[in-house]
Ligand binder design. Structure first.
Ligand code: SF4
Ligand code: SF4
Ligand code: SF4
Length: 301
């Protein structure tokens, strides 16, 4: 399927109609959409330039870097994960059915901002919470460093500042919550993306936009909006040209993880069992969660 610049512009115009004025102009509005805001990642439009990595570094309070420090695209050759000094990283992927054809796409990875976040559920001191805006935010002042959130996250996102001996913190993407709150600005990664591979807006409208792109450009994407239903839904959504697991996105079921873990956690707290038990419970729950959902998918297919 060919997709030229004119098609792209037409589609972008259609997209704008769906996601009207994503952030600007919404500051001060009392109403927040039911599902909050989110970001749609179009992995076909992404060219893997890593500018979003730089913009994220710039707003995340990490040691400052120059944009040219991100010119090295050789790092895309191996899959990477967010680190304690990089809340988002871009990975390159190929068509597994035709790896020698030379076609590549790129996808940035970061916290998915789950609608029912397992990290929030696992944090026993309330250091993580989901804001009405859709952002899952971290409060270092409340964190006791137990790292249950790292065990609970089905996307293996939160990282920990092991090199910081005195004030170590958990790190993860904030959905640029403070930018949103202060001035209704779009997240930094969205603002800088030169290919409009990232779209910010009310999550429900992004789901509609994603399906509109799928239907308007048959063959360009698989018919699946990743994050629409995974683990109960996520604020970050992905369009991919091949099944999402080949773009580095884990195969997960639709049930929110807290539905699996919370009854066990409550039992542990009621019995005053040592906190270490929670690590075991969360790990076991994750394994059974994946197994259950694999069974569900097989039953559905
Ligand atoms: S800035 Fe946009 S095009 Fe460049 S790597 Fe990030 S998402 Fe892709
Ligand atoms: S992706 Fe992980 S860290 Fe982010 S909200 Fe979901 S459970 Fe929490
Ligand atoms: S939303 Fe903000 S914190 Fe999250 S990846 Fe983009 S720039 Fe980084």
């Amino acid at each position: 399927v060919s997709f030229n610049r004119r098609d792209f512009l037409k589609l972008t115009a259609a997209s704008s109609a769906v996601v009207a004025v994503p952030a600007r102009g919404r500051a001060g509005e009392a109403a927040v959409p039911d599902q909050g805001y989110g970001i749609l990642v179009d992995t076909v439009a992404c060219v893997g330039c890593r500018k979003c990595e730089w913009a994220c570094n710039d707003v995340s309070g990490f040691p400052k870097k120059d944009l040219k420090d991100y010119d090295d695209l050789s790092v895309l050759e191996k899959p990477r994960r967010p680190t304690a000094t990089a809340n988002t990283v871009v990975n390159r992927f190929v068509d597994p059915a035709n790896p020698g054809a030379g076609a590549t796409w790129s996808a940035k990875v970061q916290c998915m901002h789950c609608l029912r976040p397992a990290c929030v559920s696992a944090c026993i001191v309330g250091a993580l919470k989901r804001e009405p805006s859709g952002a899952v935010v971290y409060d270092a002042g409340k964190c006791m460093g137990c790292r249950y959130c790292m065990v609970a996250c089905p996307f293996q996102v939160p990282t920990y500042e092991y090199d910081n001996a005195f004030t170590p913190k958990v790190q993860k993407c904030s959905l640029c919550h403070e930018r949103m709150a202060q001035g209704g600005q779009a997240p930094a990664c969205v603002s800088i993306c030169p290919r409009e591979a990232l779209t910010y807006g009310p999550r429900a409208e992004l789901v509609d936009l994603a399906w509109a792109r799928i239907h308007q450009t048959p063959g360009r994407y698989v018919e699946h909006v990743y994050g629409e239903h995974e683990v109960g839904g996520t604020a970050y959504l992905y369009l991919t040209p091949v099944p999402a697991q080949h773009a580095g996105l884990p195969v997960l079921g639709t049930r929110p993880l807290p539905e699996h873990t919370e009854p066990l956690q409550h039992a542990i707290f009621a019995g005053f069992l040592p906190p270490l038990a929670l690590f075991g419970v969360l790990s076991m729950a994750m394994r059974s969660f994946k197994a259950d959902d694999d069974d569900d998918r097989e039953a559905d297919s």
